[in-house]
Design a protein around this ligand. Structure first.
Ligand code: DX5
Ligand code: ZN
Length: 225
């Protein structure tokens, strides 16, 4: 199975120093940077858009893992690709047609991801799996950082991992919401291998240690069927 990766969510970072926050977690061992885009419509919160992402793009070589929590992702794929996104993930529950949105992401040169909210079953993404680099299973209701991890996501993670193995794919499964070493271990055991962590990394006195602790917890509890 694919190796474990930590993707710190800048939602918990100091926005007045976003560039240096991004550089700090990259230096601390994070390969990805998770960028949560919220439109106040798909979720009841507004964060930032493509302009902010392009302004930090020159500062780091981290993989930009853009999570679109917006109602009409298809209309904005080009903007986020131009801003420097490497992976673009949108919600299956959004208003955009999934097939077309995935094609658009890939044709813009990015890797495509689809996300499911806690109430959406795992098999909602099965029809698209062959074209996806990643599936993002929300472990909280999207919209805000600092919420409690929902164990109810674990059977969905396992169902997805089994389907991915059955089809001989190497799709990543990312978990997002309430991730710390303990919940990283639980979700890794269920089948996840990419771990979004906002509060547990950016609010830590030692982000490098927080990242290392999540990685070692995940690696110590990897899915074994
Ligand atoms: C929530 C976002 C998350 C959030 C995670 O809607 O998608 O990425 O920042 O934050 P923590 O790790 O604090 O739960
Ligand atoms: Zn997110």
């Amino acid at each position: 199975m694919s190796r474990s990766i930590v993707s710190p969510s800048v939602l918990a970072a100091d926005f007045s120093a976003l560039g240096s926050e991004a550089v700090k977690v990259r230096a601390g061992g994070a390969e990805y940077l998770h960028l949560d885009v919220m439109d106040g419509c798909f979720v009841p919160n507004i964060s930032f858009g493509a302009g902010v992402i392009s302004s930090i793009r020159p500062l780091t070589d981290a993989v930009f893992d853009v999570h679109l929590m917006i109602e009409h992702p298809l209309d904005y794929i080009e903007d986020f690709a131009k801003a420097g996104a490497d992976i673009i993930t949108f919600h299956i529950e959004s208003a955009s047609p999934a097939d077309e949105t995935i094609e658009k992401i890939i044709s813009c040169g990015c890797r495509a991801g689809v996300s499911i909210k806690p109430a959406t079953p795992a098999d909602a993404v099965f029809p698209y799996l062959d074209r996806l680099a990643m599936v993002l299973v929300m472990t909280v209701e999207p919209g805000f950082g600092g919420q409690k991890y929902m164990e109810s996501a674990e059977p969905k993670i396992t169902a997805l991992r089994r389907e991915i193995i059955k089809r001989n794919l190497n799709t990543d499964i990312e978990v997002d919401g309430g991730i710390n070493p303990l919940t990283a271990a639980r979700s890794a055991y269920a089948g996840a291998n990419v771990f979004v962590a906002g509060s547990s990394v950016f609010k830590s006195d030692d982000p490098a240690k927080a990242i290392a602790d999540i990685l070692s917890a995940a690696d110590g509890h990897a899915f074994n069927g």
